[in-house]
Design a binder for this molecule. Sequence first.
Ligand SMILES: *Cc1c(COP(=O)(O)O)cnc(C)c1O
Length: 453
Amino acid sequence: MKTKKFCLSESQMPTQWYNIVADMPTKPLPPLNPATKQPVTKEQMSAIFAEELIDQEMSTERFIDIPEEVQEIYKIWRPTPLVRATGLEKALDTPAKIYFKNESVSPAGSHKPNTAVPQAYYNYKQGIKHLTTETGAGQWGASIAFAAKHFGIDLQVFMVKVSYDQKPYRRLMMNTWGAECVASPSTLTASGRAALERDPHCSGSLGLAISEAVEVALQHPGDTRYCLGSVLNHVLLHQTIIGQEAVLQMEMADAEPDMVIGCFGGGSNFAGISFPFLRKNFVEGKKIRMIAVEPESCPKLTRGQFQYDFGDVAGYTPLLPMYTLGHNFQPSDIHAGGLRYHGAGSIVSQLLKDGFIEAQSIPQNETLAAGILFARTEGIIPAPESTHAIAATIREALKAKEEGREKTILFNLSGNGVIDLYAYEQYLAGALKDYTPTDAEIAKTVNELEKLI
Ligand SMILES: *Cc1c(COP(=O)(O)O)cnc(C)c1O
C-alpha cells in the first residue's frame, strides 16, 4: 500500500529558519520613511516593533536559530504532516502525484501561529506588556491571541467590522485565549473616528484596521508594540519552518516536486512552503516552479504594479516596495478574507519581478468547488484561502493528465475551514458571485501612488 502520511519526529523538527534574502541575486529594496523618502532606520521602526524582529526584518544571515522557548510551543502541533493526496489523485484520474503540507493542524487552524509564537516571544523578552494588531477574517487575531497568552502579554485586536459581525466564532476564539477584540473602525482611535465620520456605516478594511492598531501602539511607546501577521520579511522568515520540514518529508517520500503551490494574501504561507525549495533552485540549479495563487477579485500579483506603497490606509506604515493595487483599493467581499490585502511582501514582489516565482489568479467559485472536491476526497474542509492553492493544483494535475506527464505537485494547505462554513453554505446555495475588477478600477487606486514618491 502507498504511504499516506510522512511524519517527522519532534527531534527532527528544524531548529533554524531560512532567510532567502541571503540567496537572492537582487536584494529587496528598503522600506522608506514617507516623510523623508529615506530608508527607515531601526530607531524609527522600534516605536512600532520589537527590536529583535526589526533585526530579523533587516537581516541578511542565511539561517536564524529558532529560540528553544519557541520550539517548545511549536511542538504543540509541529512537525506537521506531509500527506499524499491519494483520494484527490484518484478522483482526478491524473498521473500527477499530489502532496500537501497540512498546516491546518495548529491550535488556531492555520499556519499563522508559526509567526505569532516568535513575535509574542521576542516582545515578551523585551519586556513589552501589551500588543496591538489587526485581523480580517480572524485567523491572525486568533493565532496571536493564542501566542500572546503563552507569554502573559495583553492583546488588543482590531477586527474588520464586516467580519466581526459575520464571523463571531474567531472573535470568540480570541476571547477564549484572553484577548480583547474590537470592531474596526472603532471610536478608540483618530483614524477610526475619521473613517466613521466619512461614513458612519463603514464596514472596515484590513488597511484601516492596521492604522488603528499602529496608532494605539505609537501612543504607548513604553510598553506597547504592534505586530503583523503577513507581508513583512520577519513574518516570511518564521514561516519557512513549513518548507524546511517539507524538504525533509519529500525526501522521506523519495519525491521531488516539479512545482510548489501556495495561496497568496501578503505572501507568508506561500513563502513558508516555497522558499526552502527555491533555495534548491538558487543553490543546486533545480528548476522547481513556484506558483503563488491569488483571488481574481484582488489580483495584485497578476495585475498590480511594482511600486512603493503604504501597508495601510491612513499611511502610518513605512513605504514598502511591492506589487500593489494601491492602498485605497477596496476588494469585493470575497470569502477568502485572508487574501483581500491590496499589496504583497517586498521579498516576494522582488522575486516575482525577477522571474523566480509565478503568479496565477482564480475566481472564487472555482476555488470553492476545488475545496469541496478536496473535502470529499481527503476529508479535511479547507480554509477558503487554501482552496486557491487546491484549485491551482487541480488545474496543473489535469494539465498533466492531458499531456500524459507524471508531474509531482506539492501545495500548502494553509488552514482548515471549519469556522468559514458560511462560505461553503453560500457556495452550495449557488449564491457566490465571481468578481473581476476592471482595468479602470485598478488604474484609479494605482495611479494615486505616483504622488507618494
Ligand atoms: C491569513 C491566511 C492566508 C493568507 O495570508 P498569507 O500571508 O499570504 O499566507 C492564507 N491562508 C490562511 C488559512 C490564512 O489564515
